[in-house]
Design a protein around this ligand. Structure first.
Ligand SMILES: Cc1ncc(COP(=O)(O)O)c(C=O)c1O
Length: 489
């Protein structure tokens, strides 16, 4: 695989370009998940240049590279000022998952012996991951079946001296609604429990939506009882990936997130994050994005996002067979189908028309749906998006629901998946009509979604997954990853 002789940069870049031709586009608003586009190319360009400028600075040692300390102070300071507590201590991390991991570690170490993390079923799986890595236990509580907000009485029944952390979301990703932060944080405080607000997706959006006129309930560090909050700049901050800020009520709690070790004969280790050596590129990119947009820029993006979200939700409510779940307060819209319109088929139909709409499986009584993240660029194309959704819904109605082979989910659920090796598993899946992994050779022609007629048919796979219990879904997803990253046969 490694060439014997070095290759010229131009050739390498051309190869990257051709590989990327198979990817979903990161700009333009037709991919409604994973990517955040301001619609302002000059802002992204400034971020790229700053990212490259800081790329080789190693954040391992602040004394060696004081530039990154200066940048981190500015970035954390801007977030603290906007999220209710100017001067609050914070950490710049690589993303939502790392911020959450550190918030959970700080809580664990602040209350020795408490082993539970209490969260609504709509909370992000990063908390499950953190609990898994840190040896804690998740206690899920239900959400209201109409509003999808966390149930306050359920928290009331659950928080006690065994609880290391109570978690609320502002907003939750699946339906884009803000949990009752004030009530749950007050309840937590009254029981001596720390409370984390997961504002990974909303922290850098809700303040601007509020300024644009949306009724956003209090959710930040100014709310009594809130002890930490995470805010991803690589989401609605529009920074390049690898950028999140975790803020704490005080420096004592932040110290619980840190790690130091002198237990070896090498250089001293003191880390604010899970990673040790890490590039300052993401920090440079985040700083430049904040500076290039400023308050005014974010306010304008908030205004556009709010208008696009309202138009999208109104438009979807008029399409027969579809409904919006809850009352989305941020810029995340979940659209459920009906017996006549299968959302998984709808997503496939949209994909053949060049649009990626993210399928979400049913869980905890919440129906399957498609999820749209509205960003700064969406407003310019919101009518086209609505047209595609309407057309795709009509096509889905004509095609009918995805057909799950009879008895297949039951058969899969009864298998001991751990006993099968990857190859046997892939064969078994293929016999049920499911191809695991990407096609060999990444030529654009072999790739999904790049030309009409080449989009992958995912509806049956999604319908099968939807019919399985969560633990079986997880086992299958791990196999998918394992097969994807194995050498092609
Ligand atoms: C509410 C929420 N929390 C946490 C995360 C995890 O963020 P990341 O993918 O940056 O690790 C996400 C990602 O979408 C999110 O929406």
């Amino acid at each position: 695989m490694l060439p014997d002789h070095g290759r010229p940069a131009a050739e390498l870049l051309a190869e990257l370009n051709s590989l990327r031709a198979a990817d979903l586009p990161v700009r333009g608003g037709k991919v409604t998940a994973y990517v955040y586009d301001t619609g302002l190319p000059e802002v992204h360009e400034a971020a790229h240049r700053a990212y490259a400028e800081m790329l080789e600075v190693n954040m391992l040692d602040p004394t060696a590279f004081p530039s990154m300390v200066a940048l981190e102070r500015q970035v954390v300071g801007a977030v603290a000022e906007t999220l209710g507590r100017p001067g609050a201590p914070g950490i710049f991390t690589s993303g939502g998952t790392e911020s959450i991991m550190l918030a959970v570690k700080a809580a664990r170490d602040a209350r020795p012996g408490a082993t539970r993390v209490v969260l609504p079923v709509t909370a992000h799986p990063a908390f499950h991951k953190a609990a898994h890595y840190l040896g804690l236990e998740i206690v899920p509580v239900p959400v209201d079946p109409v509003t999808y907000r966390a149930s306050v009485p359920a928290f009331g029944d659950t928080l006690d001296e065994r609880t290391a952390l109570a978690v609320v979301s502002a907003p939750s990703y699946p339906q884009g609604v803000v949990d009752p932060v004030g009530e749950i944080a007050a309840l937590a405080a009254s029981r001596g429990v720390l409370c984390h607000v997961d504002a990974c997706v909303g922290g850098w959006l809700l303040p601007w939506l509020r300024e644009a006129g949306a009724a956003i309930p209090p959710f930040d560090l100014a709310v009594p009882g809130v002890t930490s909050i995470s805010c991803d700049l690589h989401k609605f901050g529009y920074a390049p990936k690898g950028a999140s800020v975790l803020l704490f009520r005080d420096a004592e709690l932040r110290r619980r997130a840190y790690f130091a070790s002198a237990a070896w004969p090498g250089y001293t280790i003191v880390n604010a994050t899970v990673q040790s050596s890490r590039s300052a590129g993401p920090l440079g990119g985040a700083w430049a994005t904040l500076e290039a947009l400023g308050r005014e820029g974010y306010r304008e993006l908030g205004r556009r996002t709010l208008e696009a979200t309202r138009r999208l939700a109104e438009g979807v409510r008029k399409i027969p067979g579809l409904r919006v779940l809850g009352e989305p307060e941020a810029a995340l819209v979940a659209i459920a189908g009906s017996p006549e319109v299968d959302v998984f088929v709808l997503a496939d139909e949209a994909r053949t028309r060049g649009w990626f709409l993210q399928p979400q499986l049913s869980y905890a009584g919440i129906p399957a749906n498609i999820h749209i993240t509205v960003t700064g660029v969406t407003l310019a194309g919101v009518d086209a998006m609505l047209e595609v959704i309407e057309e795709a819904a009509e096509a889905a109605r004509r095609r009918g629901p995805a057909e799950v082979p009879e008895g297949l989910p039951e058969l899969i659920a009864s298998l001991d998946l751990d006993a099968l090796d990857d190859a046997t598993f892939a064969e078994l899946a293929a016999s049920a009509g499911i191809t695991l992994g990407l096609p060999a050779g990444n030529g654009p022609a072999a790739q999904p979604g790049t030309a009409p007629g080449t989009a992958p048919e995912m509806a049956v796979v999604n319908a099968i997954l939807d019919a399985l219990p969560a633990a079986t879904r997880e086992a299958i997803l791990l196999r998918f990853l394992s097969v994807t990253y194995s050498p092609p046969a």
